[in-house]
Design a protein around this ligand. Structure first.
Ligand SMILES: O=P(O)(O)OC[C@H]1O[C@H](O[C@H]2O[C@H](CO)[C@@H](O)[C@H](O)[C@H]2O)[C@H](O)[C@@H](O)[C@@H]1O
Ligand SMILES: O=c1ccn([C@@H]2O[C@H](COP(=O)(O)OP(=O)(O)O)[C@@H](O)[C@H]2O)c(=O)[nH]1
Length: 449
């Protein structure tokens, strides 16, 4: 049976050498299964104007691009997706901009995706829709084609009290309920979604929602990482050399690492302040610890992201101004995108990973670190979806600066035995969540259910 994946982003990146597979959760999870089934990936168009072929020559996957007029793209992606749904679902309510024009562009864009999928669809195909950009799509597809439809939401589904803030909440829920199976990373998001559906008057029984004559199933399907690949990176001698060079660059006994897209949900500012608090409250670490923060440029067309960059630059400057010594650099801030091979070197060099989003659907970086490090400590926000599964991390409240400074001190002092015990439990949990099985499990439940 054929498979059609629909996502805002394509699974390829454009490089000077042409299109190559993208890194990150979605592409890693879905490309192998799509290759096996000779499937089609439908995504918003990015490359027409650059005159590039839309699919790498060696790939079995066909990419179909949905081209949106510039104004509509801004309203759908930069507007409704990233200035309404993204802040709302991550509980940043003061950032939500309830603009009708954004919603109209979101409707138009979802309709364009529906038209394109309907053109590509062949009898017997399964359609698997991804994420918050396409909440209206499942229903639009059901009106057009007789497909099995799956939907996966990669970010938190908020409590129903928060979701109700949206004047278009009912239409969005109706839209997603066009699917046969809806997936989330954690049982908490499943629960929140079921309560939201009940609020809008749907009958809910256990994990099912009744829509006319149909029952829509709602399930937790946590997404993990490619442990085979990160297992190899953990052993690779070239990456080992790079890791040692990074450790020398740190020039301190202990190295702390943060890796995130530069996004206000990731808690980068609060984390820098917690590090500053550590240096103030535990002065014995001055000169002995270094912090590397990698912040990958993200959504730079949205004002809030540019504003965040300004504030992070400021706090980085302040910490350097207060603590820098001739023989010690307390903090290094890398505003750039790395390959996963390069990231693996950072993971192997770091004694502690400080992954403290204020909210996060899952957070794959936390798993990548714990799986790649030999004897490091993972300090993880209790508000990331990953915290549901990675119980042996040091869990912290990312808003509590003193609590984070205290956890950092504990992580930096943690004896080898405890570190290894926690890590081996974490690695076993991460193996159980391996990405290779994720799409197969979801699709099996969708196609057999
Ligand atoms: O496509 P962008 O606007 O550049 O954003 C990148 C992706 O960010 C979000 O990632 C989420 O999915 C991860 C994998 O399931 C999960 O670990 C993380 O917690 C989420 O935030 C977004 O959901 C994706 O659609 C974006 O492509
Ligand atoms: O410079 C970077 C920063 C991040 N990543 C990858 O991007 C993904 C980030 O996923 P996560 O779930 O942590 O957060 P998201 O950015 O999707 O919200 C991970 O697989 C990282 O390895 C990368 O390849 N290069």
């Amino acid at each position: 049976m054929g498979l059609i994946i629909v996502a805002n982003r394509a699974p390829f990146r454009l490089t000077p050498e042409g299109l190559v597979p993208a890194v990150g959760g979605l592409a890693t999870a879905l490309l192998p299964v799509l290759e096996r089934r000779h499937g089609v990936w439908v995504a918003a168009g990015e490359w027409r104007e650059k005159g590039q072929a839309a699919t790498p020559r060696e790939s079995q996957v066909r990419l179909e691009q949905v081209f949106l007029p510039e104004k509509e793209w801004q309203g759908y992606y930069g507007g409704f997706s990233n200035r309404v749904l993204w802040p709302l679902c991550h509980y940043f309510l003061e950032r939500v901009e309830l603009r009708r024009d954004f919603y109209q562009d979101y409707q138009r864009a979802n309709r364009r995706f529906a038209e394109r999928v309907a053109q590509v669809f062949r009898e017997g195909d399964t359609v698997f829709v991804q994420d918050y950009h396409l909440l209206l799509l499942p229903r639009l597809l059901r009106e057009r084609i007789p497909a099995k439809i799956g939907f996966f939401f990669h970010i938190p589904w908020p409590s129903s009290g928060v979701f109700r803030i949206l004047p278009w909440g009912r239409a969005l829920v109706e839209g997603v309920l066009g699917a046969d199976l809806i997936g989330f990373h954690t049982p908490e998001y499943v629960e929140n979604f079921l309560r939201t559906a009940a609020y809008y008057g749907y009958q809910v029984e256990e994990n099912r929602v009744r829509v006319g004559e149909r029952w829509v199933r709602v399930e937790a399907h946590p997404l993990g990482i490619d442990t085979g690949r990160f297992g190899e990176l953990a052993q690779d001698p070239h990456i080992g050399l790079h890791a040692r060079a990074l450790k020398r660059l740190a020039g301190a006994e202990r190295l702390i690492l943060g890796v995130d897209r530069l996004d206000y949900t990731k808690g980068i500012l609060e984390r820098l302040l917690a590090y500053e608090r550590l240096l103030q409250s535990y002065p014995q670490w001055r000169g002995r610890v270094a912090f590397f923060q990698i912040a990958t440029p993200s959504r730079t067309s949205v004002h809030a992201y540019r504003e965040l960059k300004r504030r992070v630059d400021e706090v980085v400057g302040r910490i350097m101004g207060s603590f820098l010594r001739e023989d010690w650099v307390p903090l290094r801030y890398f505003y750039q995108t790395y390959t996963q091979e390069e990231l693996a070197a950072f993971y192997r060099a770091a004694d502690v990973a400080l992954i403290t989003p204020l909210r996060d659907g899952m957070n794959l970086v936390a798993m990548e670190y714990a799986y790649t490090t030999e004897d490091g400590v993972l300090v993880l926000s209790n508000l990331a979806g990953a915290a549901e599964y990675l119980k042996e991390a040091l869990l912290v409240n990312p808003y509590d600066l003193d609590g984070m400074a205290q956890a950092l001190d504990r992580a930096l002092r943690m004896p080898g035995g405890e570190r290894r015990e926690r890590l081996s439990a974490l690695k076993a949990r991460i193996e159980a969540l391996d990405v290779q099985g994720w799409a197969e499990r979801f699709l099996a439940s969708l196609e057999e259910g």
